[in-house]
Each structure stands twice: as C-alpha cells, then as structure tokens.
Design a binder for this molecule. Structure first.
Ligand code: ATP
Length: 867
C-alpha cells in the first residue's frame, strides 16, 4: 500500500472524505468521536492504588511496622491497632496530596497546550489541538507547532524543524507534490509531522493522522517512560532527609545500646529506639515542597502567569534581571497611525487624498503588504498592520475591495531579523514589488524617491531629510514604518535578493501607548532589586523615549542597538552591561548574548519572547517567558512561563508569588524540622538522664500525623506579605538549610523540648510514669500546634492577624479538638496510651505548651518595636 507521501492530492482528499475547503463542524465532531482526541497518551499514569502502595515504601513506614510488631510482642495489642491505623491514614493522606498536586499540574498543562488553525465550514477557525481530526485542513504559519501529521497541499516556502522526531536540528525545506519512491521519514518533504515547529513560511496541509497514530505517537511509548522530575529543591531536601535519617538511625542504635547497658528490657529498649526514629525522621519534607509549589502555581495561573515546570517557581524568586520586549508587553500593542510623511510634508491620516497618485501608492502599499483584516469592527492579525488598514479606512479606502481587485502573486513575510515585508502584485498590469519595513533597513535598499513631481534619484539630502523626520517621530516614542516599491519583469521571482533598488514612498508613524500598569511594575521591580531591561526590534530613539516614560531608562543609562552590540567584544559588553537598559533593533541572536552576559555576572535572568527565533533565548534564560496571546507556539514551547495577558506587570506579580512560595516552603520546613527536633531532644534527654520512656510510639505517630498535614500545609498557604518585594532577590546558590536557619530550628526545637520535659518531670513527681507520659505527649502536641503560628511569617501574630490565612487557625482548632478527643474521651485512653489528668495537670500542660510560642512572639514584637 502506498504511503500518504506517495499518493496524489485528489486520492488523499478522497480517502479522507474531505475537500480543500475543510470539514463541516458536524463531520469534524463525528470524526472526533470516531478517531478519538488528538493527544499523546502520557506514559501509563500511576493509578491511585499504585500511588497508595508507594506510600508504604518509606523508611518511616518500615520503622512503624517494626514498632507495631514490637507492640504486639509486648502484649500491647491496642497500640498495634493504632499504629496500623495511623500507617494507613498516613498513606491515604499522602495519596490525596499526591493526586491533588498532579491534578493541579495537569490543569496547568492543559492551559498551555497549543491551538491549531483549521478550515471548518469553509472558514478559518482556531481550535484546541486536541480537537483536530484526520481530514482537517490545517493552516500552518511561521511560529506554529505542527499538531498532527499531514500532507502538504499548498506550500509557501515552508520550513520546519523536525528535531523532536528525527534528532536533526537544522530546519528542513518542505514542498508540495507527490514523491514516487519509498523514502525514510526525514526525506518525506511533502509531509509535516506532529511535534515539529514551523520556523518559516506558510502551508496548507491536510491532516492524515492524529494522536497516537502520528509518527511521534508511535515512538511516544518510548518517551512515556520519563519519570516525574523532581525540582532542585526537592532533590536537595531528599538528600538532606536521607542523610538525616542515617544520622538518626545511628543515634537510635546508640540509644538502644545505652538502654540495654542500663539493663532495660530488650523490648522496651527497642521501643525506645523506634520511638526516637519515628519522632525524628522528617518524612514530609519533599512532599510539602510539591504541595506548596502546586498551590503556588495555581494562584499564579489565576493571576495570568502559567508555570510550565515546577522548577520555575523556585528560580522565579531569585530573578534579578528581567529582559522584556517592548511591544505588547510594556506597551498595549494598540497601534494608531499619527502622522504620514510624504514628499517632505506631514499629513494626518484623514488628509490623505485618493486622487493624489503618491498618496494612492502609499495606501496601496499599506493595504496590500499587509495580512491583517477587520472583522466585525475588530482587527485580526498584527496590530501594526491593522493600524495601516484603519489609516486607509479614514480616507474611505476599503482594504477588502482593493484586495479583491488585486491578486497577490508572491510574498516574503515580515520577520524580526530582516524587519521588512514584501509582496508582489500586478498593479495596473505591471508586476510590482511592494515593501514596508524599518526606516533604516529600507532606506539602505532604496535608490530613488517618488515625489509629487514624479520619480527621481534619492540624494544624500533626501536621505538626511527622511532620517531627520524619522528622528522627530521617534523622539516622541512613535514607531515608524517606511514604504517603498519597484516594478519588475513578469518573470521575476520574488526572493530575499529582490529586496533592493526600491523607490521610496514615505513614512508612517504610529503610537503604541505604554500599558497603564507598566510604570508601577517597573518601579516595583526596582525596589525588589530586579533590573528591568527593554529589548526591542524597534528604533533606538523610539525605544528610549518609551523606556523613559515607564522608568526603565534613567539618566546615565545607555541604549545600544543590535549593530553596536555586534561590534562589542564580550569583555566590552561585560564592562557596560549594568548601564545598558535599552537594546534596540536587536535580532533574536542578540538576545542570547544579552542573557549570557548577565548570567556571566551571576544573575538569574528572565527573558520574554514571542517569535519563532526567540526560542533559543527563551531556553537559555533561567526563566523564559512567552506571550500567551501574541506569542507563537514555538516560543510557548521553549518557555518555562506563559503570560496569558502578555503583560510585564504579570511577571513582577509572578516573581512576588515565586518569592512567597519559597518563603512558605522554608517556613513549613522550619515548622516540621523544629517540631522533630523537639521530639529528638526530649527522647535524647530522657535517655541520657536514664528516665523512663517519655512517649509511646503511638504518641509520636499521632503528633507526626497531626502536624505534618494540615498545619504544615496552612503555613504553605500564607499570602505574600507586604515588603516581600522590598527585599533583594535570593542568592540562588544559598540553599534553605543554612547555618542560620538550622540554628533557629534547633533553638525553637529546644524551647519546645524544655517545656515538654518540664511537663514530664512534673508528671513524674506528681503521679508516676503514665501521667508524666500523657503530660509530655499533650504538651509536645499542643506546643507544636501553637508553633504553627510562629512559623507563618517573620512578623508577630499581632501584626499578621488571621485575616490573610484562616486556614492556620482552622488547622490549629482541628488539631486541638483531636488532641482533646484523645485526652478526654475514655475509649481513647487505651488506644492512645494516655491516662486521665487532673485539672491542675491539664492547666500545667496548657501553660507549658504556650510558653515557647509566647517567647518567640515576644522576641518578634520586641524586634518590630525596635525597628
Ligand atoms: P518587540 O521586540 O519589543 O516586540 P517590536 O515588535 O517593535 O519589538 P519587531 O516586530 O521586530 O519589533 O519590529 C521591528 C521593526 O520592524 C519595527 O520598528 C518596524 O519598523 C518594523 N516592522 C514591524 N512590524 C512590521 C510589519 N508587519 N511589516 C513590516 N515592518 C514591520
């Protein structure tokens, strides 16, 4: 059987029951049901049962099972039951948390999945890529991601990058027509394959295969094996946890031997060691990171920043340089033509006259070298081009009438490297190339000028006049386009080599106002110690004028063009980079160099981009940011964050959120570790002092279960506090577990341990081991619950209040209720190895439990007053 690439066009369309005008919506939805969604099934996703089973692979669980066995051997059946129940409950909690985190990541993924342009009911429409079906007519443009396999019907200089499929990183030229012989995939030049990126040109394609039937689908099973990737912070914490676990096991061993030496019965000694292990192993560290990060990314998505990989959340907090595009990110990307320069005169759009030949030529050029349209009063396509249609509309030139009359023969689309766009038409029977583009670029390719007197040679004086006018427009922050044309032979084929020897027509200036939020966001960035830098394809003077308006460019700063940058050595650039706040007329390659130079200085760089050619710079940056609205699929694919509103201010919000997530993770870890330390110190103390065992394993289990879950998560939900953006960016090399942090953890743990042991001593003295143990258990639990409030923020609770985080109060109330249940409901006594306490003993417990928090809060208040 012949393959798709070997068949003729008509045969393919017939076989797929489609036509060049595309499918009807009904047929498409029927096909969607029949063929299934156009998605690659992710590697076998772990089932809930598997996730649940995985929870038991933990070292802690092994120790707990040991504890259950020992309890059973020592005749304490109730304890065994409780331990087993706790193990299961722990696994259930772990499973729920895992599934929740996965769900929120999946929803982020669907937010960033690509769209495709297809013909439906004879009209060009945009649909989600998962809805594309075999038989759909797909329209591909530079910057698109190919979402299904297809055969090319019409080809306009299409180039694609198929590296995801073939491993070959150079772009391949495509063509239409049939291939006779059997050729390998990489040589099937009339086909496009799902997962490749369109880097240049356009094409109309009929979809032949979707989903798992595509070539990438066939090899997807190979890639499905990819494991869930852990973030650097998680890896770091995992390493820390396992190192700590080893140390703890060693201490447990020593404690065990010490107990034996003290002639403690074997089972009791073992129980003692196990209790210590249970209390000390911080098993929740890595999972708390995932949960807090997942919650953070959800919050960010609500605020228009879609995070594609969790790793980005961590780097966001360290960002110290933000390189941002101008057009659309810092400005509104709403262009309006202001003034037109023709034959040394300035006109407003409404002053143009159709009867004037020069004016008419400019209007033709503006409408025909243009791919935008107006539908229902709204502009579709490039705002720069849409502004030109509006300009034409002001002199009653209907772009659709002109376009209906003239047939476009050839075109070379605009790209931000060339900064030109050219088309070929037959104007009044004469083949003509129309072009528009950046003034400096076009002027270099111009030899004549058209004035009201006719065409004449372009003199140096003309050039000076044009450049002077360009300067005047630019100084007012206006974007300027130059227009030109030339007549050619019938046989002339439009190519990059044709873009010269033009006849100059005129200049059009347009305004693109800064976004309202940009100025404040730039100011916020600066107070946050982040350097905003503008990188734009626009003219240096225009860019500098806008940069000044929004505060990016300050006195003493430098503005550099791409050409000037090219002329600099790396050393020269390194010497100047801190002063350069505007890069103008840059090419996408320049962007990579700028990122590189900042990174050499140890900065964490965020870079925005929207075009196909921006992908390498987005990948090179620590945080590549793509534009959700105007960005190409290629740029979205390369980025680690997508702005669904294309707004610079959203990046700053995301950085603030990133910092907050990191702070919350750090606080949750502080809470978990200091609580564990309190347990370790207490058990170690009793062991060294040869006192009875303070806690039964179920006590420590209960505490772990209670505090590792809700209170820790509620700390992770703390909203960003005022002042988070007034701190300098975090040093990326500095981990969480610094000396200062660990000292704090130790001191707080010791404080809680002292109170716990005081309760233990008092209980021992008053009523013996059972009451002492109950008092120690209750004090430790309650003190840890109170400690949750301390870990929410560096601010005192009096400043912080509960308004921003009711969850923390909820977690406390729930924890306190459960503790009361265990202590005061008689049936629980046996299960949880507690005995009833007297009123004064309960008072002592409450009093001692609040002491560490009172001390910590008082020091915070003292610091706040001192400030
Ligand atoms: P940014 O990188 O900030 O988004 P930009 O959008 O201004 O900048 P480009 O789109 O690369 O950058 O435009 C660079 C220059 O190319 C513009 O200053 C303009 O002169 C010219 N230009 C822009 N759009 C078109 C177009 N559609 N056709 C022809 N020339 C264009």
């Amino acid at each position: 059987m012949n393959e798709w690439y070997q068949k003729i066009e008509a045969e393919i369309l017939k076989e797929l029951h489609t036509k060049k005008e595309g499918l009807s919506s009904e047929k498409a939805s029927a096909l969607l049901k029949e063929k299934g969604e156009n998605i690659l099934e992710e590697g076998k996703k772990k089932s809930t049962v598997e996730v649940f089973a995985e929870q038991f692979k933990d070292l802690l669980v092994v120790i707990l099972v040991a504890a259950a066995v020992i309890s059973m051997l020592s005749g304490n059946v109730e304890s065994t039951i409780v331990i087993m129940a706790v193990i299961i409950l722990n696994a259930v909690l772990g499973t729920v948390q895992h599934e929740k985190a996965q769900k929120s990541l999946a929803s982020l993924k669907s937010l960033s999945s690509p769209n495709a342009r297809v013909m439906r009911d004879g009209k060009k429409t945009e649909v989600a890529s998962r809805e594309v079906v075999p038989g759909d007519i797909l329209i591909l443009e530079a910057g698109d991601m190919v979402v299904a396999d297809g055969r090319i019907l019409n080809n306009y200089s299409l180039q694609v990058n198929e590296s995801s499929l073939t491993g070959e990183s150079t772009n391949v030229d495509k063509e239409d027509g049939t291939l006779e012989s059997s050729v390998p995939l990489a040589d099937r030049t009339n086909m496009v394959y799902s997962g490749s990126l369109v880097t240049y040109g356009r094409a109309v394609v009929v979809v032949t295969d979707t989903g798992m039937k595509t070539e990438i689908g066939k090899i997807a099973s190979l890639m499905n094996a990819t494991k869930e990737k852990k973030t650097p912070l998680q890896v770091n914490l995992d390493q820390f946890s396992s190192r700590l676990a080893t140390v703890i096991m060693a201490i447990c061993g020593v404690v065990f031997l010490l107990s034996l030496y003290r002639k403690m019965p074997l089972l009791d000694s073992m129980m003692f060691a196990v209790a210590l292990a249970v209390a000390a192993i911080p098993e929740a560290l890595s999972s708390i990171v995932t949960i807090v990060q997942a919650m953070g990314t959800q919050r960010m998505a609500k605020e228009n920043a879609i995070i594609k990989e969790l790793k980005a959340v961590e780097s966001l907090g360290c960002v110290s340089v933000i390189c941002s595009d101008k057009t659309g990110t810092l400005t509104l990307n709403k262009m309006t033509v202001q003034e037109i320069y023709l034959d040394n005169q300035i006109f407003k759009p409404e002053e143009l006259e159709l009867t004037n030949q020069l004016h008419r030529y400019l209007l033709y050029d503006a409408v025909l070298t243009n791919d935008s349209t107006i539908a229902d009063g709204k502009g579709i396509g490039d705002p720069t081009e849409y502004a030109l249609l509006e300009m034409a509309g002001k002199v009653s030139v209907s772009h659709s009438t002109i376009r209906d009359l003239m047939h476009r023969l050839e075109e070379i689309p605009f790209d931000s490297d060339r900064k030109l766009m050219s088309t070929k038409y037959k104007l009044h029977g004469v083949p003509t190339i129309l072009t528009k583009g950046a003034v400096d670029v076009l002027l270099d390719r111009t030899v004549s000028i058209r004035t009201s007197q006719g065409i004449r040679e372009l003199t140096e004086a003309d050039k000076e006049d044009i450049l002077k006018q360009n300067m005047m427009f630019s100084e007012n922050g206006l974007r300027v386009l130059a227009f030109g044309y030339k007549e050619v032979e019938e046989s002339h084929v439009l190519s990059l080599h044709s873009e010269n020897n033009f006849i100059f027509l005129g200049l059009v200036s347009m305004v693109d106002p800064p976004r309202e939020e940009s100025k404040a966001a730039v100011a916020d960035a600066k107070t946050a110690g982040i350097r905003p830098v503008m990188i734009t394809g626009d003219h240096k003077i225009t860019a500098t004028a806008i940069a000044k308006q929004i505060g990016i460019f300050e006195d003493g700063d430098l503005a550099v063009t791409g050409a000037e940058l090219d002329a600099m050595t790396d050393q020269e650039l390194d010497g100047k980079i801190v002063n350069i706040s505007v890069y103008a007329r840059v090419s996408p390659e320049n962007k990579i160099r700028i990122v590189d130079a900042w990174q050499r200085r140890g900065n964490i760089v965020s870079m925005t981009g929207d075009g196909v050619n921006d992908a390498p710079a987005l990948k090179k940056a620590d945080i590549g940011v793509a534009m959700g609205i105007t960005g190409t699929e290629v740029s979205k694919d390369a980025a680690s964050m997508i702005l669904s509103d294309d707004n610079f201010a959203t990046i700053i919000k995301a950085v603030a959120n990133g910092r907050n997530v990191y702070r919350n993770i750090k606080n949750a870890i502080q809470f978990l570790l200091s609580g564990n330390m309190a347990g370790i110190f207490s058990v170690l103390y009793t062991s060294i002092m040869a006192l009875p065992i303070p806690f039964a394993p179920v006590h420590l289990l209960f505490i772990n279960l209670l505090t590792d879950s809700l209170p820790a998560i509620s700390i992770g939900m703390e909203p960003a506090e005022y002042g988070l953006l007034s701190q300098k960016p975090r040093d990326p090399k500095e981990g969480i577990l610094t000396k200062e942090f660990m000292t704090k953890v130790m001191i707080q743990g010791a404080l809680i341990a002292v109170c716990t042991m005081t309760a233990f001593h008092l209980g021992l003295r008053q009523s013996g081991v059972a009451a002492a143990s109950t008092m120690a258990f209750a004090t430790l639990t309650l003190a840890r619950l109170f400690h949750g409030f301390n870990c929410r923020s560096s601010q005192s609770i009096f400043r912080l209040g509960f308004k921003g985080n009711w969850y923390s109060l909820g977690a406390f109330v729930l924890g306190f209720s459960l503790l009361s249940l265990v202590m005061f409901v008689p049936v629980m006594e046996k299960l949880f190895s507690v005995t009833p306490l007297t009123g004064s003993q309960i008072g002592i417990v409450y009093g001692l439990a609040i002491i560490p928090t009172a001390i910590i809060q008082l020091t915070k208040v003292a610091r706040e007053i001192g400030k």
